[in-house]
Write a protein that binds this ligand. Structure first.
Ligand code: AMP
Length: 192
């Protein structure tokens, strides 16, 4: 499968996260999956790409031209394919169109935005691809609690939080992604 991984660009996060995400990349390659990602060479984007590359898997990087033109971020050097759109919006569309599943690893606002967009689109039945979160060190615990609170208070519709799987275990995450996603109909959205 082509798995799109969203994750931190930051080079200054704790090494532990990078080690875990590199293991994820290695395991993805071992199971025959390829990587679609934001093309960055640092942080957890660099780590997952390192793992896939070492494991012999295929890598598609999608990074807007201005990252290079404005020296924002070094591109991962070993992409098998690199697409350089003009804008961030085009980039997200290309990543979505080229992925069979989405895996979110720890990250900052860029990663949060990517997760919430892909979840919103699934809630609206614009795709039915698996979404999984790698909750390393409980990084996403508070976000999950916030989403549960929002559901209790009826800001998020019932059933929405069943549209993704969250785990600290790589095998469990990949097994979830490899299963066909449960059928989801817009009529299943429950108000309150
Ligand atoms: P963040 O979580 O804020 O570090 O942003 C990372 C996510 O946003 C990645 O999944 C990328 O798709 C995108 N992104 C943000 N900043 C960069 C960057 N410097 N290089 C490449 N992608 C980035």
């Amino acid at each position: 499968m082509r798995i799109c991984v969203y994750g931190a660009a930051s080079p200054t996060i704790d090494e532990y996260y990078k080690q875990e995400v590199k293991k994820l990349g290695l395991e993805m390659a071992k199971r025959g999956h390829s990587l679609v990602f934001g093309g960055g060479g640092h942080g957890l984007m660099g780590a997952v790409a390192d793992g896939i590359h070492e494991g012999g898997g295929h890598i598609l990087g999608v990074i807007p031209k201005f990252f290079n033109d404005e020296n924002i971020e070094a591109v991962f050097e070993n992409c098998d394919e690199l697409i350089e759109p003009d804008t961030m919006r085009e980039r997200k569309q290309i990543m979505e169109d080229n992925a069979d599943a989405f895996l979110i690893v720890p990250g900052g606002i860029g990663t949060f935005e990517e997760f919430f967009e892909i979840l919103t689109l699934k809630q609206l039945c614009r795709h039915n691809k698996p979404i999984a979160i790698f909750n390393i060190n409980g990084y996403y615990q508070e976000m999950l609690e916030m989403l549960e609170q929002a559901t209790v208070k009826n800001f998020i519709r019932g059933g929405c939080l069943d549209l993704f799987h969250i785990s600290e275990n790589i095998d469990e995450l990949l097994a979830y992604i490899e299963k066909p996603a449960k059928e989801w109909k817009i009529s299943e959205l429950k108000d309150g």
